[in-house]
Design a protein around this ligand. Sequence first.
Ligand code: PMP
Ligand code: GLU
Length: 397
Amino acid sequence: MELISKRLSGLSESQTMAMNQKSQDLQAQGVDVVNLSVGEPDFFTPDHVKEAAKEAVDKNFSFYSPGDGYMDLRKAIAAKLQEENRLDFSPRQIIVCNGAKHALANVVMSVVDEGDEVIVPAPYWVTYVELVKLAGGVNVVLPTTLAGNYKVTPAQLEAVITPKTKAFMLCSPSNPTGSVYSGDELKALADVIARHPRIVIIADEIYEHIRFEGSHESIAQFETVKDRTVVINGVSKCFAMTGYRIGYLAAPLPIAKACSKLQSQFTSGPSSIAQRAALKALTVKTGFTEEMKKTFKRRRDLVLKHLAEIPGLKFSIPQGAFYVFPDVSYYFGKSDGETTVKSSADVSLYLLGKAFTATVPGDGFGEPDCIRISYATSDEKLSKAMAAMKAAFAKLK
Ligand code: PMP
Ligand code: GLU
């Protein structure tokens, strides 16, 4: 008898989480690994947010919150979307979830039926395709190119739409490439989707504040698609609160209601304490995120300078988030006399073994020629890791 359901048999483990674990296991064994695998700010949560969490404990926020999250938090999210993004969502259209990952899971489960097609531009964040599989949907992976800055063009999008297309997944700023769509580019994609009234846009905007040029643009701003767009966001990245597990979705009311129903059976509302902290983060502005962004930009430039000195690597200049995604295929088939690398997984393992640097292979992101480097760590660690990587690549002949 099979112990595990068929539903899970085709599901892959999150490669970002897996590499993070591998790196932490090595660190626990005393190996001095620099972890550039998982994407989370190395900053501590701001003090006033930590105080809000402590206060919530003292004020006995120990009971179940409403299933969709506290109303004052949902109102604060609606106000944020209005003020920062010019988006009109009522608090009833907002559901607070256990991280943006959970918000995505809620939406995919709520809109995708067996056999429905979901367009996912590649490189994509690892979780998207797995959620679609879990829902019984069919991933229509839309490859993009380095020359096109890893962005989908309207013609490419139009070409893969079929009567079965149910959703279009869009991540800007992007994990793993750091690409950012301009307002005009988003408008052109919205114009395509507008011609196909069955398609829901799932816009993952978790990196909205980590954008190095200009300000964030949301595809939900366009009249023609705003009634079919779900915005995903959260406090993990912009307020350095990954462990608090608070994300949210803002959706057309029927989708919000469906997500609410699902959440009421799966998890109930997220942590009451973390919600009080998230409310503080969203309502008391301190310039923390802006400072963090400046640091990430400096680190991006540091990493790019090193990468440019490694022969054979090709990469786009990330405009946001905190990742670089170099193409390492030049090294496939090369050996240091001990190990021959044949794939991005081999390159990642080689760098872990020889440069004591953890990265994530591109396969999980739908681009097997690349590896992902997260630069959300200190300048010292980055310099050390990049020097070690440079030396390790130089040994591959
Ligand atoms: N979307 C993207 C693109 C991400 O990189 C992440 C990071 N884990 C998430 C969603 C989920 O964020 P969280 O669940 O921590 O809010
Ligand atoms: N978003 C982060 C990453 O891509 C966190 C890991 C995850 O949630 O899978 O590394």
